[in-house]
Design a protein around this ligand. Sequence first.
Ligand code: ATP
Length: 260
Amino acid sequence: MSNPILQVSGLTMDFGGIRALNKLDLDVHAGEIVALIGPNGAGKTTFFNCVTGIYTPTAGDVLMTRPGDKKPISLKGLKPNYVTQKGLARTFQNIRLFSKMTVLENVMIGRHCRTKAFILGAVLRNASTRREEQQIAEMSYSLLEKVKLADLANELAENLSYGAQRRLEIARALATEPHLLLLDEPAAGMNPQETQALIELIREISSDGQAILLIEHDMKLVMALSDRIYVMDYGKKIAEGNPEQIRTNPEVIKAYLGED
Ligand code: ATP
């Protein structure tokens, strides 16, 4: 079997006296949808922050194996922009769009985050750059079609509905062409119709072969989409399995799901 795209082992994060992550092991393979669930304060977002370079973990390893790579690379200690360049993109629990820019420009920025020009801050106004910009605009527009926002391409991001803003964040993350997409509570604050549309969108993205790791409290979404689920409590993994195994696991019911 090939190496997982993401292989996390022994991940530990201390904030002063608080151990937010405690020797967590987790992996995601190509094409999988994996969910990370657990009660408030379990350490889920801290996990994303450690994997994406926002925090440097106290201990443990974060390895990524990209398609075609013989050996994994370590993401530990890399700054977030370099983690994105290696092929790991994320969305945030609280929407973080460039509200005064257009919907299309928001997605184009995602693409620039993957290119060297953006890292160097040197977008030169010469003919080849204009050609590149045109290509990036076209690629970004096709992503807007995927998330059903193409009609709103020239609208300011701040004018979108809540559900549409969440879909725009996903398009911006996809514009970086990630090997793995991390979604932090993508359904938070959505109404049932918006959540259903999100489930269909995530299914469609996954059917293109995109590996996805998501944090979510909405169990309908988690159970409908996940190939595998990890359950955390107090920074530790308390269970791992497919949706049926998790639904019927007594420890998970006690710590998180509760009785029906
Ligand atoms: P939720 O489902 O509510 O989003 P979570 O599972 O994502 O919760 P985290 O936000 O990762 O949980 O928090 C895990 C623990 O780490 C909590 O006790 C939290 O207070 C603590 N924590 C997180 N970030 C920091 C920080 N920057 N400084 C100090 N403590 C922190």
